[in-house]
Design a protein around this ligand. Structure first.
Ligand code: SDX
Length: 428
């Protein structure tokens, strides 16, 4: 017996189905609301609206729970490689040895860029933002009409997924090398994903960069923690574009652009800029907190707050510890980490943040790790995009594989001018 909710409008009552998710969360099914009642719902910024039923990631924002395909993020961050997590998200379960080896080979075979694609880097100005380059180059991949673009079967999808995960990393590293005027470093085929990225970023013709185990572990964990997060702004963008039938590369390129904003993936850069300004200007933390509470200041506490988490973002907890561990292993201190801790302590003790249930999110400590590794600030959101690529691919696949999928086309409530007469120029 389906649970229902009763809606009474214009003296008539309608029974709306109530659906229940795996973990008991409930949803009002309004998919036939307009055809039955003539009304739509209005939910600006979708704070109360589910866009889909998905099997990929589960978040309990009240209790700070995050699971990829049911597996707790704490276990994956501590014990899985990024590529293994990518396979879990995309194909639905942790791979066995044979699947891991096969996907690793696909990544290796698809890491290089088409020779003519590399010429694009010469065309970008040296100071072009790497997020602009990343989205442009991901889209450009299809101009070379790789067989992966026209996905017709499971094997073609596996190759396309591997190609995108591998090439995103190569494009990111190549954009950095072009920016600093160094020759692009080819991927090494003996290195795991995270180490290979650092090799392509920091190796030079006369000296190979060798990541320490601690640095490699920290970057791998960073990528795992960013791999998916259900219907966030950029993933919803990928699903929107995919629902129109666009190919995987075009859809993910749109996701890169959506991620860039400072309220979303761009926050990891904004957090460091915030901490740097506090450090350089010697702003007392209490004063900065007061500014962030003052709506007129235009200042937000970057890295704090979240649409879903009304408790600690579990990723922030893990990243805070990882930042501590990495800096200790490297025997470095970062004044920005001390400031971040002071900001967190002051905000969590302040009624303004407590009443609004604003806690540190994934972006609050992640930048400390990237700084320690030597990633330049303007590449921080690119690293977020590299991490999020498997999630975007998994969501594209969920749309692509759904035989009942319809194009995403929200309705609106029109509040503009009523019927208006056209006027010739002389009468306007
Ligand atoms: C990510 O969705 C995802 O899952 C995203 C993400 C992922 O993995 O994909 O988790 C990654 O994008 C994390 C968020 C990174 N962004 C930031 O750190 C930017 C700073 N945070 C805020 O801009 C804000 O908290 C958002 C954008 C994250 C959430 O915005 P909401 O849900 O629209 O929150 P809101 O604006 O409705 O805030 C509610 C109240 C408001 O005050 P009142 O009107 O109730 O008085 O809290 C205040 C806000 O002004 N508030 C903040 C604040 N965040 C919210 N006040 C000061 N500083 C902040 N950071």
């Amino acid at each position: 017996m389906t649970e229902t909710a009763t809606l009474i409008i214009d003296g008539r009552s309608y029974e709306l189905p109530v659906l229940t998710g795996t973990e008991g969360e409930r949803a009002l099914d309004i998919s036939r609301l307009r055809s039955r009642t003539g009304l739509i719902t209005l939910d600006d910024s979708y704070a109360n609206t589910g866009s889909c039923a998905s099997q990929i990631t589960y978040i309990d924002g009240e209790n700070g729970v995050l699971r990829y395909r049911g597996v707790p993020i704490e276990d994956l961050a501590a014990r899985s490689s990024f590529v293994e997590v990518a396979e879990l998200l995309i194909f639905g379960e942790l791979p066995d040895d044979e699947e891991r080896a096969e996907f690793r080979d696909l990544l290796t075979e698809n890491s290089a860029l088409h020779r003519d694609m590399r010429k694009h880097f010469d065309g970008f100005p040296a100071d072009a933002h790497p997020m602009a380059i990343l989205s442009a180059m991901i889209n450009a991949i299809q101009a070379y009409d790789l067989p992966e673009i026209h996905i017709t079967d499971a094997g073609g999808f596996r190759r396309a997924a591997a190609a995108l995960i591998a090439k995103t990393r190569t494009i990111a590293a190549a954009s950095y090398k072009s920016h600093i005027g160094q020759p692009i470093a080819y991927p090494r085929y003996d290195l795991p994903y995270a180490e290979n990225f650092l090799h392509m970023m920091f190796s030079v013709p006369y000296r190979d960069y060798e990541a320490t185990p601690e640095v490699a572990h920290a970057l791998n964990m960073f990528l795992v923690l960013h791999a998916d997060h259900e219907q966030n702004c950029s993933t919803s963008t990928v699903r929107m574009v995919a629902s129109g039938g666009a190919n995987l590369f075009t859809s993910v390129s749109a996701g890169v652009n959506a991620l860039w904003g400072p309220l979303h993936g761009g926050a990891n850069m904004a957090v460091i800029e915030m901490l740097e300004s506090i450090h350089e200007q010697g702003t007392p933390v209490a004063r900065y907190i007061d500014q962030a509470k003052d709506k007129k200041s235009g200042v937000k506490l970057m890295g704090f707050g979240h649409r879903i988490y009304r408790n600690f973002d579990p990723r922030a907890k893990i990243l805070k510890q990882a930042a501590d561990d990495l800096l200790e292993s490297m025997h470095i201190t970062d004044p920005l980490l001390d400031i971040a801790r002071q900001v967190e302590e002051a905000a969590l003790a302040d009624d303004y943040f407590r009443e609004r249930r604003l806690y540190p999110n994934v972006d609050f400590y992640s930048g400390i790790i990237l700084r320690a590794i030597g990633i330049p600030l303007d590449m921080f959101t690119v690293l977020f995009a590299i991490g999020r690529t498997p999630g975007w691919i998994a969501h594209w696949k969920e749309i692509h594989d759904n035989p009942d999928q319809r194009i995403h086309r929200p309705r609106q409530l029109y509040v503009g001018d009523p019927l208006t007469e056209w006027l010739p120029m002389g009468e306007r």
